[in-house]
Design a protein around this ligand. Structure first.
Ligand code: X8Z
Ligand code: ZN
Length: 639
C-alpha cells in the first residue's frame, strides 16, 4: 500500500523471513483455512442463535475454541515474516492485518486468560436481572427477574415516572458494574501487554490502528466539533420540554440532562421521548405501521419489498439459499435470539437474515438495513478472506443506514403506497427531522465518547474509571447521572460493548458515513433538493456507485473508497453531509431557542460533585449550598 507512513509498527516478536514466495503461499493457505473455519463457527453460531439448546451452545463453544486456536497458530506463522521488508504492498498489508489487533501474540496462558475473561464478562452481563420498582414483599428472588432486553429497555423507553426511572437506572448500573470491575481491570492489563508486544504503546493505540490512518483521531475530533452546535441546539430544546414535564427539581434550566429521563438506558438516543418533545403532535402521521396492517402485510412481503428496493437500483436479488435458510419470523416451540442480524457464512453462497419480524414500519426499515449488509457480503464475496469486510470498521453500518435514509422518508413511503398524506407540509417535515435528530444527532456524542474513555483507560490506567466516564459524559454529551456515583461503581460497563471488548468508535464513523454515502448516492441520482427527502429508489446511477463501493470490500484503503464515492472530491470523514441533512431543523431549533440564555449547558459544582471523588479541606469552602446538600447526601449514601 502506498499509505504506509506511520503504519510501520514492529512487533517485539517480529520474525526475519523476507521470502515473498513463501509469504504468498502462506496467505493462500490461510485464505482457504480461514474461510473454512469461518463457515464452521458461523454455522454453529447460527444453530445456537436460532435454537438455543445446551447442545447447540456446547457445539458453538467448541467451534469458537477451535477458531481461537487457529488464530494463535496463524499469528505465529504470520509473525515469522518481517513484513516491513516485503516489496509487494498487498502482501505486506495482509501480513500486517494478521499480526495486529490480536492477542494471539501473548503466551498460551495469557491468551487463554484474556479469552476467558471476556467470555465471563459477557456471560455475567447477559445474566444480570434487576428488581422492578413496585415489587411485593414476597420473596425478593422470585420477583427480581427483569432482563435487559426487553424489560429494562422497555421501562426506560416508556415510563414517565421519575422515581421508577431512577430505580431501574440505578439497579442496572449497580448490578452490572461492580461485579465486572476486577475482571475488567485484569483485562486492561492483558490487552495492554498484547498491544505492547505488537509494537504499540497501549491497547487504545492498537484499536485506532485498525483505521490505517495516522490522522484518524484528528479527523474524527474535527467532525465532532462541527456537529456540536447542532447537538447543543437539540439538547437545549429537549431540556425545555423535559423541564415542562418533570419540573426544576431534577433539571436546571441551563444545566446538563439527567441520564434517566431520555428514553434510553444509556441516554444514547432519544427517539423514545418523541411524545414529550414532538413540536406538532397533530401532524404525527408518517408512522405507516397501521397502514401496513391495513394492507395485510406479512413478514415475507416486507422482505420481498426490501429486495425490490435493491433490485430497483440494479443490485442483486437475494439468492435461493437466503430464502431457504433465513429465519424471518419468531420460531414456534424453540427459544431463539431475536435481535435482527445479517449473516455471511464465508462460502460465497450462503447468506441469511435472522429477524423475529413484526409487521410495523420500524421492522420494515430494519429489514432494508440488514439486507444492505447481505448485499455487501455478496458483492465482496470474491475478495480474499481478509478483504471480505467493510472498507473500515464503520462502513458496514454506514452503508446499511444510508439505505434506510432513503426508505424512512415520507417521499419513499408515499411512492410505495404506504403514506397517503401531504409530504410537503412544513410541520410534517419538522416533526420528521426532529425524530431523526433524536435518533442520530443525539447519538453523536455518545458514539464518540465511549472509545475516548476506553483509550484514556488503556493509556492512563484504571484508577479513576468512573469519574473519567462521567467527566466525558458531562463534557461531551451534557449528561449527568440521576444519583451520586463513586469509584466503587463502574458505569461504563453498563454498556455491553465495554465488557464484551467491542470497539465503539465504528458507530460514530458509521454515523458520519451514513450521511456521506446518502449524499453521494443522491448526487449520483441527479437529485438536488433537500437531503432529508432524497430517495434513491429506482436510480440505477446511485446503484452503480454503491456497487463500486461494495465490491471493493476492504481490498483498498477506505480513503480511496471515500474518494471514489465522492467522485474524486474528498477522502475525508466529515460531518458536512449530516449538517446539510438537518439544515432545516437547525434553522427551526435556533428560532425555538432564541430566548434561551444558554445554548448547550453550564456545569456547576453540583454536577461534578455527583461523580468526582470527595475533596476534603480547602476545596470544600468553594462548594455552593446546593453542592453541600449533595455532599451530605453522598456521605450518607456512602455510609
Ligand atoms: O451494537 C449495535 C448493534 C450490533 S453491531 C446491535 N449497535 C450499537 C449500539 O447498540 O449501541 C447498533 C447501533 C449502535
Ligand atoms: Zn447493521
Amino acid at each position: 500500500m502506498s499509505r504506509a507512513p506511520g503504519l510501520e509498527k514492529t512487533s517485539h516478536l517480529q520474525g526475519t523471513n523476507t521470502n515473498l514466495d513463501e509469504a504468498v503461499k502462506f496467505l493462500q493457505e490461510y485464505d482457504l483455512e480461514a474461510s473454512e473455519t469461518c463457515l464452521r463457527v458461523t454455522s454453529a453460531q447460527w444453530a445456537y442463535s436460532t435454537n438455543m439448546t445446551d447442545l447447540n451452545k456446547r457445539r458453538m463453544v467448541e467451534a469458537q475454541t477451535h477458531r481461537a486456536r487457529f488464530d494463535k497458530v496463524t499469528w505465529a506463522r504470520a509473525a515469522a515474516f518481517d513484513w516491513t521488508k516485503l516489496h509487494d504492498g498487498k502482501v505486506r498489508r495482509q501480513l500486517r492485518m494478521l499480526t495486529t489487533n490480536t492477542r494471539a501474540c501473548l503466551s498460551d496462558e495469557k491468551y487463554n486468560e484474556i479469552y476467558h475473561l471476556i467470555s465471563e464478562m459477557k456471560d455475567t452481563y447477559a445474566h444480570v436481572r434487576i428488581c422492578p420498582f413496585r415489587r411485593s414483599d414476597v420473596d425478593e428472588s422470585l420477583y427480581c427477574d427483569l432482563e435487559l432486553d426487553p424489560d429494562v429497555q422497555r421501562i426506560m423507553a416508556q415510563s414517565r415516572d421519575n422515581m421508577e426511572l431512577t430505580h431501574v437506572w440505578r439497579q442496572w448500573h449497580d448490578k452490572v458494574g461492580p461485579q465486572l470491575k476486577n475482571k475488567f481491570m485484569r483485562y486492561v492489563d492483558l490487552a495492554n501487554q498484547a498491544a505492547r508486544v505488537n509494537g504499540f504503546s497501549d491497547a487504545g493505540e492498537e484499536m485506532r490502528y485498525m483505521y490505517e490512518d495516522p490522522n484518524f483521531e484528528n479527523e474524527v475530533a474535527e467532525s465532532f466539533q462541527k456537529l456540536l452546535p447542532l447537538y447543543k441546539q437539540l439538547l437545549t430544546y429537549v431540556r425545555r420540554k423535559l423541564l415542562q414535564r418533570y419540573g426544576s427539581s431534577i433539571i436546571r434550566p441551563d444545566g446538563p440532562l439527567p441520564a434517566h429521563i431520555l428514553g434510553n438506558l444509556w441516554a444514547q438516543e432519544w427517539s423514545n421521548i418523541a411524545d414529550i418533545v414532538l413540536p406538532y403532535p397533530e401532524y404525527r402521521d408518517f408512522d405507516v405501521s397501521d397502514e401496513m396492517l391495513h394492507q395485510g402485510f406479512t413478514p415475507l412481503r416486507m422482505f420481498q419489498m426490501a429486495e425490490e428496493f435493491f433490485t430497483s437500483i440494479g443490485l442483486k436479488p437475494m439468492p435461493p439459499e437466503f430464502w431457504r435458510h433465513s429465519m424471518l419470523e419468531r420460531p414456534n416451540g424453540r427459544k431463539a435470539q431475536c435481535t435482527a442480524s445479517a449473516w455471511d457464512f464465508c462460502n460465497k453462497v450462503d447468506f441469511r437474515i435472522k429477524q423475529c419480524t413484526e409487521v410495523n414500519m420500524e421492522n420494515l426499515v430494519t429489514i432494508h438495513h440488514e439486507m444492505a449488509h447481505v448485499e455487501y457480503y455478496m458483492y465482496y464475496a470474491d475478495q480474499p478472506y481478509l478483504y471480505r469486510d467493510g472498507a473500515n470498521p464503520g462502513f458496514h453500518e454506514g452503508i446499511a443506514n444510508s439505505i434506510t435514509l432513503s426508505v424512512l422518508n415520507p417521499i419513499h413511503l408515499r411512492l410505495v403506497g404506504l403514506f397517503n398524506n401531504n409530504t410537503e407540509l412544513y410541520e410534517t417535515n419538522i416533526n420528521f427531522l426532529l425524530i431523526m435528530a433524536l435518533k442520530k444527532v443525539a447519538y453523536a456524542p455518545f458514539a464518540y465518547l465511549v472509545d475516548q474513555w476506553r483509550y484514556q483507560i488503556f493509556e492512563s490506567g484504571v484508577r479513576k474509571m468512573n469519574s473519567e466516564w462521567w467527566d466525558l459524559r458531562l463534557r461531551l454529551q451534557g449528561v449527568v447521572p440521576p444519583v451520586p456515583r463513586s469509584e466503587s461503581h463502574f458505569d461504563a460497563a453498563a454498556k455491553r460493548h465495554i465488557p464484551a471488548d467491542i470497539p465503539y468508535i465504528r458507530y460514530y464513523v458509521a454515523l458520519l458515513l451514513e450521511f456521506q454515502i446518502h449524499e453521494a448516492m443522491c448526487d449520483a441520482a441527479g437529485y438536488n433538493g433537500p437531503l432529508h427527502v432524497c430517495d434513491v429508489y429506482r436510480s440505477r446511477e446511485a446503484g452503480r456507485l454503491l456497487t463500486d463501493v461494495l465490491k471493493v470490500g476492504k481490498a483498498r484503503h477506505w480513503k480511496d473508497v471515500l474518494k471514489m464515492l465522492t467522485n474524486g472530491n474528498s477522502n475525508r470523514l466529515s460531518a458536512d453531509a449530516m449538517l446539510d441533512y438537518f439544515e432545516p431543523l437547525m434553522a427551526w431549533l435556533k428560532d425555538q431557542n432564541k430566548n434561551e440564555r444558554i445554548i448547550g449547558w453550564t456545569t456547576y459544582k453540583e454536577d461534578t460533585a455527583l461523580f468526582q471523588p470527595l475533596v476534603y479541606g480547602s476545596a470544600n469552602r468553594h462548594l455552593t449550598s446546593h453542592s453541600v446538600v449533595i455532599f451530605v447526601m453522598i456521605v450518607k449514601w456512602i455510609l
